[in-house]
Design a protein around this ligand. Structure first.
Ligand SMILES: [Zn+2]
Length: 462
């Protein structure tokens, strides 16, 4: 079957469902949910897939908000990753100013509403093309919860759910339009809890859990330049109970993100922080416990897949923003403190050098199943994980970016169903690149899954 016929069919089916995809992305954006609590978003996507004759299994792998949907039969099996979780505190109207819809509420500041709806639509376009053109093989959609805590795909991976797929495809918002064949960072997230004695601070304050938590933060900041200047270490302080300055808190926690391209290097810093946490606890006379929220390796590039995705991306082209889109993003940039003149990538590239500073849970999966990725560009002055990004990802302007990336994946998926030799090539490349790599550090996911609300409020069982 001619590639041009399939390309035309995929374009036609994408055009048919694009407005539905945009509406689903908007619907999920209107209902932002934190990781492991994404019931609405799960239903919006899995219900849509059922209506498109996909067979849907919900709650797989012990994750209530996960789903796996499949269409077709035989080989190869192409899987799309559908994320849908939001970030705490980033609620904002889809307007170019700071305007929370819910004060302190979650918001889609990483655009996972666009990934979920876009990649689901890509799978539907592939399925419709398969049916019309009698293409053999299978297309799967993995509804993957809690990406923001680098979590859901690790649990799904350990449960063997991705083994049904030969290839996985996904996209994300970024600062360039590109197919990616370069690594991102690995992540390890430990949380330390210090337990002391609550007492009146006007009289006595030894064994203050808060002192130990703050001491740990100071130790890490002092040691950073001497022992791990190459590693990104960020933290937040958390308290399981409401606190006030007149009583020493019984418990104080420090939640860290450790990021480095080399997972073993990140593991060394985990050991340093753990040692310093024990010092801090001893110095203050309190006890210390540790749990690991999650740990995963960075993305393992796959050039065979990236080249096919790049080919599809050049067919689709960079996002076509008009004057109104550019005006909106310029206003948004300015109200976030950036310039009116946008630094915005308008080309399409294949990136093979360097690395990406973020980490993602598909990184771990990419060491077992070949993962193909492409990203689309936001202006550099509208950073991801900001309220400005929430505003952008709730608009037609934001959708235009995700739409080209998802349509690119629809083309790449059809291309892989037709060219099975590329699937074999991608698998061989993975085997070669991953050979001899030590496994990742294991987290304590069962404790997080047991009570997601407790996790998000800092009360989970450490
Ligand atoms: Zn994200």
């Amino acid at each position: 079957m001619a590639g041009s016929t399939l390309r035309a069919a995929a374009d036609r089916h994408w055009a048919d469902i694009e407005s539905s995809a945009r509406d689903v992305a908007g619907d999920i954006w209107q209902h932002p949910e934190l990781g492991l609590m994404e019931e609405y978003s799960n239903k919006a996507l899995s219900g849509w897939l059922e209506a498109e004759n996909f067979r849907v299994r919900r709650g797989a792998g012990g994750l209530p908000t996960c789903f796996v949907a499949e269409f077709g039969s035989g080989e190869p099996a192409i899987g799309l990753l559908a994320e849908f979780d939001a970030l705490p505190g980033l609620s904002n109207a889809a307007e170019p100013r700071r305007a929370p819809l819910v004060t302190g509420g979650p918001g889609h500041g990483c655009g996972h509403n666009l990934i979920g709806a876009g990649n689901t639509a890509a799978a539907i376009a592939i399925a419709r093309t398969m049916r019309e053109q009698a293409l053999p093989g299978k297309v799967l959609v993995f509804g993957t919860p809690a990406e923001e805590i680098v979590f859901g795909k690790l649990v799904m991976h350990d449960a063997g759910l991705f083994e049904q797929a030969d290839i996985l495809l996904t996209h994300h918002a970024d600062y360039f339009n590109a197919a990616l064949a370069r690594p991102c960072q690995s992540i390890i997230q430990p949380e330390f809890a210090f337990t002391g004695r609550p007492q009146h601070t006007g009289v006595n304050r030894p064994q203050n859990a808060n002192d130990a938590a703050e001491l740990l933060v100071q130790l890490i900041d002092r040691l950073r330049v001497h022992q791990f200047p190459d590693v990104s270490v960020e933290h937040v302080l958390r308290y399981p109970a409401i606190c006030m300055p007149s009583a020493t808190p019984e418990e104080a926690r420090v939640w860290f993100y450790i990021r480095h391209v080399d997972h073993q290097r990140a593991g060394q810093v985990l050991d340093i922080i753990t040692e310093q946490a024990a010092h801090a606890a001893n110095s203050v006379g309190v006890t210390m416990r540790r749990a690991i929220v999650s740990a995963c390796r960075g993305y393992l590039p796959n050039l065979a897949l990236a080249e096919r995705i790049y080919d599809a991306y050049r067919h689709v082209g960079a996002p076509a923003w008009n004057d109104a889109d550019m005006r909106f993003m310029s206003e948004l940039s300015q109200s976030f403190g950036g310039p009116a003149e946008l630094a915005l990538d308008r080309d399409v590239a294949l990136l093979t050098e360097g690395f990406d500073a973020y980490g993602q849970d598909d990184g771990e999966v990419s060491w077992t199943i070949p993962v193909g990725r492409c990203n689309w560009a936001c202006p550099g002055s509208i950073p991801l994980h900001s309220w400005a990004a929430t505003a952008l990802f709730g608009t037609e302007t934001g959708w235009k970016g995700a739409s080209v990336a998802a349509r690119t994946l629809a083309h790449a998926g059809v291309d892989l169903l037709r060219n099975q030799s590329v699937v074999a090539q991608a698998k061989a490349e993975l085997a070669e690149r991953a050979a001899g790599s030590p496994p990742s550090i294991k987290g304590n996911p069962e404790r997080v899954i047991a009570d997601p609300e407790a996790f998000w409020t800092g009360r989970w069982s450490l």
